[in-house]
Design a protein around this ligand. Structure first.
Ligand code: A3P
Length: 342
């Protein structure tokens, strides 16, 4: 790539909607790697292999999470801190370009001669901020060796399940669609979804939370005291920011402000991609696709939104009494004795 590597590169890729175009010859479906399901070709084996030797840097900052746990929110907190609260600069580029998604390669990358994301990141100047949903054991081991910073965010798995259910049905080009909530909940609690079981993902990072390069956050704490979490994250990342700047970042990261800001709301990109696909008239339903044809089901801006509710406890509107009892028993079984609570 000839231009300076960085935000502009990712913008260009998204402008052409390459992320979601199944031009690749790889089948769309799920593959299991070391017990963890991944959607292909969105995530591919070459990328996961490359993680084993990917070089981290001591000044890298990673935002790591199980999907739907508050990644985008935490990304924005981290990014605004790393820009020292200069929101004019922050708002010049979309969050997804400021914090690229490490393991999500560019679909069709081989044909279009676009390197996968981790290679682009490899050429970026420091300091880098990077997002990953990889479970701990599949993350590049060099991250812990170099002591790059990891900001991990976890959320009550009941709310994650609800958020993930809607997200699956909003993204049929990547995920299987679920006709019923109950079917999704079963797959979720059996670890049959992208990123595997929530408890293994959480506990890997919970168990290393006392390492000096790891900060373990909870969605519920961010909801209760966002300012406190912004301050704690700035301290962890080594940024001495004035009280006014902490206030400014906190305000920038409220649900309402992130939803109404096109540079922080992922819908901006989803809408753009849907429009590009619609305009191209391409057949977007390759054979072997796990879900329904997505030419007409791709992100529908009239009803879908990534920034859905942003609440604690929406699970109450979805779980039946029996589902809730089963989930409580599972949470008790998996988290007993760990000290991790929601
Ligand atoms: P809901 O679907 O429950 O609304 P992720 O970024 O990990 O995919 O998580 C997405 C979830 O975080 C969505 O949850 C989304 O609404 C919520 N979210 C994103 N930004 C938020 C913010 N500023 N405040 C509260 N929730 C936020």
């Amino acid at each position: 790539m000839e231009e300076a590597i960085g935000k502009e590169t990712f913008k260009k890729i998204w402008d052409q909607a390459l992320f979601f175009r199944p031009g690749s010859k790889e089948p769309i479906g799920m593959m299991e790697v070391e017990g963890v399901p991944f959607p292909t070709p969105f995530i591919n084996m070459k990328t996961l292999d490359a993680m084993k030797t990917w070089e981290a840097r001591p000044d890298d900052v990673f935002v790591v999470s199980y999907p739907k746990s508050g990644t985008t929110w935490t990304q924005e907190v981290v990014s605004a801190i790393c820009y020292k609260g200069d929101l004019d600069e922050v708002n010049k580029s979309h969050s997804n370009f400021r914090i690229p998604f490490m393991e999500a390669p560019m679909i069709s990358s081989d044909e279009l001669k676009i390197p996968p994301t981790h290679e682009i990141i490899g050429k970026m100047k420091s300091p880098r901020t990077i997002k990953s949903h990889l479970p701990g054991h599949l993350l590049p081991p060099d991250i812990m060796k170099k002591k790059s910073r990891i900001v991990y965010v976890a959320r009550n798995p009941k709310d994650v399940a609800v958020s993930y259910f809607y997200f699956h049905n909003m993204n049929p080009s990547i995920f299987k669609s679920y006709p019923t909530w109950d079917e999704f909940l079963q797959d979720f609690n059996n670890g049959k979804v992208y990123s595997g079981t929530w408890w293994e993902h959480y506990l890997y990072f919970w168990n290393i939370r006392h390492e000096s390069n790891v900060l373990f956050l909870k969605f519920e704490d961010m909801k209760r005291d966002l300012r406190g979490v912004v301050q704690k994250t700035a301290d962890f990342l080594g940024y001495k920011l004035s009280s006014d700047v902490i206030d400014k970042i906190t305000d920038h990261c409220t649900f309402e402000n992130m939803k109404s800001n096109p540079m922080t709301n992922p819908d901006t990109l989803f809408k753009h991609v849907a429009a590009v696909i619609a305009a191209s008239g391409e057949n977007m339903s390759p054979p072997g696709h796990a879900g329904p044809p997505h030419g007409d089901k791709q992100f529908d801006a009239s009803k879908d939104s990534f920034m859905r509710k942003g609440k604690v406890g929406d699970w109450r509107n979805h779980f039946t009494v029996a589902q809730n009892q089963a989930m409580d028993a599972l949470i008790e079984d998996k988290l007993k004795g760990t000290g991790l609570k929601f």
